[in-house]
Structures are given as C-alpha cells and as structure tokens.
Write a protein that binds this ligand. Structure first.
Ligand SMILES: [Zn+2]
Length: 123
C-alpha cells in the first residue's frame, strides 16, 4: 500500500467513513468499448462498486445482497476479533500498542461507516 493511500485510509478512520480497499485493473468498459483502468472498491471485504477511470461510469452492487452478505459475515468477524488482536500484538507489538487506543475509540464510527456504505447511505 502506498504512503498516500495509507494516509487517506487513516483519515477515513478518523472521520468515521467506511474503510475501503481499492483494486485497480483493466476491464472492458461497456461504455468506452475498450480496455480501460477500473477501480473496484471493497467495503468489509465485499465488492461495493466498480468505476471506469476513463469515462467515470460506475456500477454499484445491489445493496440488498451486500447487506445480506455483510450481516452473514459480521458474527464471524466479531467472534474472530480477539484472536486476530492477539495475533497482531504478537506479530507487531509496537505498532499494536501505539495504534490500539485510537482504533478502539474509532471502531464504532468505522462500523457505522461500513454499515452505511453497505446499505447505501454512504457512497
Ligand atoms: Zn468507460
């Protein structure tokens, strides 16, 4: 991950917006009719939307399906969180100790951002 993208993600954390993972790749755009760079945006590991970087055309995933997938995965994410935190603390103790206070404080806002993006309140 580039430093610029890392900074943007930190700002999203602080502002309570959904944390998205963006993957860039060439796809054939139905509007441009040629291979163009597209950005695929994921929220909570779920494909949220794809956008052509050439013409700006954007395709949103169905929010009903996203919401169902999100709600299905959420209990597993909650159950596995303690083990993931322990693993992270063992692997990167200094980073873990420095970042955990802000992460704990911002978690409710991040979950709200994820849920908002999944149900279509946030874009
Ligand atoms: Zn296009």
């Amino acid at each position: 991950m580039s430093p610029g993208r890392r900074i943007r993600e930190r700002l999203r954390l602080l502002l309570g917006r959904a944390v998205t993972t963006v993957i860039v790749g060439d796809l054939e755009c139905p509007t441009c009719l040629v291979l163009t760079p597209h950005e695929a945006h994921y929220v909570a590991g779920l494909l949220h939307h794809v956008q052509c970087e050439s013409c700006g055309q954007r395709w949103e995933m169905g929010h009903d399906r996203l919401r169902a997938s999100y709600l299905r995965a959420l209990p597993g994410r909650i159950r596995s969180k303690p083990a993931r935190l322990v693993q992270e603390a063992r692997n990167r103790p200094v980073t873990f100790a420095v970042t955990i206070p802000l992460r704990v404080l911002s978690k409710p806002a991040r979950i709200a951002g994820e849920a908002g993006a999944v149900v279509g309140v946030f874009r």
